[in-house]
Design a protein around this ligand. Structure first.
Ligand SMILES: NC(=O)c1ccc[n+]([C@@H]2O[C@H](COP(=O)([O-])OP(=O)(O)OC[C@H]3O[C@@H](n4cnc5c(N)ncnc54)[C@H](OP(=O)(O)O)[C@@H]3O)[C@@H](O)[C@H]2O)c1
Length: 333
């Protein structure tokens, strides 16, 4: 297979490092990797899987001859540089929120809407981490029972805010009464739960909540989907949890729900509560799958269920999904 030259923007960050690690682990046909970070990191190196990568800064011409450009350095970097990479004929796979809701940019979870990849005009967006694990579960259920309404409450780990989030949490665990001075969170996170991720809008929702709502509708191609969200940051390191209530148009039985979920590629059902078996963030680190458990009927509505989802937000929630998009792109239509 022809080797692909790759740029990773944000290569010193949590997601960028994981993208390079995932490319190595999955034997992606990598030619050269150009590792890019901020100007502060120029001259430094990152060591990933025994390979050392020198860090470069963004500058004109850096994307020349690059076939895939993975961006994971925040929305403003993507806004400023992804069009330049696309103009150099690189296929951009963007982890930021910059282009996700742009009608000309596909928003893709390969197991859910693979064919959208091929509508791209240079940029393909990777969804928000909480959206990815949610739509992985909603898609097979929507196909089987037609979803009427979704209510999701998230329990999101500190790593969702990058290295700064992990550093703040570790510091606050060691220093019980203090908030880390460079914390990305609005309050002390250790021993706490913060119902606030990203900025608030006038209607009282946060941007993170709207990302889940709008991105899920776009990926599932269900503009009509009734869906609402509450996003909460909790003091776990890695792995997001989601408590989800789903109402269907059609009747169902729970064993069919389990079968539908178990047979969907990328989902693992872990649901044996009597033996204390259910998904937990502590168990999903570095796992590729989205885990589902606590599947039960909602007795308060006609055709409803409750369930609990967890996945590694850095892996399936970001890096793995991005690499899968590139893999599917190479395989072609
Ligand atoms: N963490 C998650 O769970 C998650 C999930 C999905 C999507 N994302 C998205 O992925 C992106 C990165 O997240 P992260 O968690 O990896 O953050 P992170 O650990 O803070 O890493 C940020 C990376 O961006 C680089 N960077 C910052 N400013 C830059 C600039 N002006 N030019 C070039 N590079 C620059 C940093 O380089 P330096 O080391 O030089 O500062 C670092 O490599 C964000 O857009 C985030 O929303 C994150």
């Amino acid at each position: 297979m022809r080797l692909q030259d790759i740029a990773v923007v944000g290569a010193s960050g949590l997601v960028g490092r994981k993208i390079i690690q995932t490319l190595q682990e999955r034997n992606f046909p990598v030619g050269k990797i150009i590792a890019i970070a901020s100007e502060n990191s120029v001259g430094k190196e990152v060591n990933i899987g025994g390979h050392r990568y020198k860090l470069h800064k963004l500058e004109d011409g850096i994307f020349k001859n690059v076939e895939f450009a993975f961006f994971s350095a925040g929305a403003s970097v993507s806004h400023n540089w992804a069009p330049e990479a696309a103009a150099e004929k690189a296929v951009v796979i963007d982890n930021s929120s910059a282009f996700r809701m742009d009608d000309n940019v596909p928003l893709v979870v390969p197991e859910v809407n693979r064919s959208d990849i091929f509508r791209h005009k240079g940029i393909i967006s990777n969804p928000n981490c909480s959206t990815i694990q949610l739509v992985m579960v909603l898609k097979p259920l929507d196909d089987a029972f037609r979803i009427k309404r979704v209510v999701v409450s998230t329990y999101q780990s500190a790593s969702g805010a990058g290295y700064k989030g992990l550093t703040a949490l570790d510091y606050e665990i060691r220093n019980p009464d203090t908030k880390h001075e460079h914390s990305p969170f609005p309050h002390r996170l250790a021993h706490n739960a913060i119902p606030h991720i990203d900025i608030f809008f006038e209607d009282g929702y946060t941007k993170e909540e709207l990302k889940i709502i709008n991105e899920s509708r776009k990926i599932l191609n269900r503009k009509d989907l009734n869906i609402t969200a509450t996003c909460v940051r909790i003091p776990s390191h890695t792995g997001h949890g989601e408590a989800v209530n789903i109402e269907f148009d059609r009747k169902f039985n729970l064993s069919d729900v389990r079968d539908v979920l178990s047979s969907f590629r990328g989902i693992k059902v872990l649901d044996d509560p009597s033996n204390h078996i259910y998904p937990m963030p502590i168990n999903v680190k570095d796992k590729d799958e989205v885990f589902v458990g606590r599947i039960r009927s909602d007795q308060s509505v006609k055709n409803g269920i409750n369930l609990w989802i967890t996945a590694d937000n850095i892996r399936k929630g970001a890096a793995l999904n991005a690499v899968q998009i590139a893999e599917e792109y190479i395989k072609g239509k």
